[in-house]
Design a protein around this ligand. Sequence first.
Ligand code: E4P
Length: 225
Amino acid sequence: MKFFVDSADTAAIRELNETGLVDGVTTNPSLIAKSGGNILKVVAEIAEMVEGPVSAEVTATDHATMLAEGRKLAKIAPNIAVKVPLTMDGLKTCKVLTDAGTMVNVTLCFSANQALLAAKAGATFISPFVGRLDDIGQDGMELIADIVSIYDNYDFGTEVLVASIRHPMHLLDAAKLGADVATLPPNVLTSLANHPLTDKGLKAFLDDWAKTGQSILDDTDMAEA
Ligand code: E4P
């Protein structure tokens, strides 16, 4: 399963990227607004530091302008995935861009039929938003299960990119369903490493170790022995 970071915070992305766990990044207009930076500069900085796909979203709603924006965003770097909304204009734009060899992430997907359309339009990624479905009392993970099974039925190459992840259980459930990618807010990604028994066990090991007076890096005792 690939892990993308769902953020436009370049400092946070840089720090996470150094762990070697980051396979890509997703941004959206709200995240760019939150970063306070210029979209072209922020996306260029992220695309330079991360090797994998970096999603940059168009902000127009009509096909012609979306296409012009998408082409401009795609020119920033070879690893840009142009993000288009799941509308008929977005799908049309997706087809033109993917036919030209540009990666496209079709976003704001809330139904399996929408995901089917995105696959038929040649999308590189489909982004179903699980958290926003949960917010309105629908089961976001049921949508992921439906999309994974529909794509498997027809061998679509479009990757299922689980978006709007809010907590570790979303990730665990998506992984069990075999989703290709999860895009994680930085705090959710780092929280995956946490477990109280890890903390407790580590403290016990370190307490016992301190009693020995030994140091792995200081080998003076070995030389004397
Ligand atoms: C990523 O591609 C999406 O834009 C993002 O995951 C949406 O998350 P949110 O529903 O928490 O805003």
